[in-house]
Design a protein around this ligand. Structure first.
Ligand code: FES
Length: 142
């Protein structure tokens, strides 16, 4: 069996929503301390709905595929729903990732959360800080 699913390869080779957004309403940048990969996520919000989303990822193929899928999953969704996006949901939508690449998907989850947090902060929207706890990732040791 191939190491990567067709969906992972597709999103890696043809990533959706790549690029910079100059008029973003929220920007989240996160990095993986172990591998040094960096992901930046931009969201555009109107009436509480994420109307557009873009990303830039300086990182491995799995990080690119998961950021691409994450943008597809949150586009058109309410901000609160995007906040609940888990790395597992992204991995499932990609038909799986090898165990040693799961930590790359955590970056996508964190980038979305960071962008939402930035949106809340910029607009003075109150939120529960508990929702933005730093991920304690048991997979990041590899
Ligand atoms: Fe760094 Fe994948 S190896 S995010």
């Amino acid at each position: 069996m191939a190491l990567y699913s067709d969906k992972v390869m597709d999103h890696f080779q043809n990533p959706r929503n790549v690029g910079k957004m100059d008029d973003a309403d929220g920007i989240g940048e996160v990095g993986n301390a172990k591998c040094g990969d960096i992901m930046r996520m931009y969201i555009k919000v109107k009436d509480g709905i994420i109307t557009d989303c873009k990303f830039n990822t300086f990182g491995c193929g799995s990080a690119i595929a998961t950021s691409s899928m994450a943008t597809e999953l949150i586009k058109g969704k309410p901000v609160e729903e995007a906040l609940k996006l888990s790395n597992q949901a992204v991995v499932e939508a990609l038909d799986g990732l090898p165990a040693h690449k799961i930590h790359c998907s955590v970056l996508a989850e964190e980038a979305v959360q960071a962008a939402v947090k930035d949106y809340y902060d910029r607009n003075g929207i109150a939120y529960d800080p508990e929702k933005f706890k730093v991920h304690s990732c048991e997979h990041c040791s590899d």
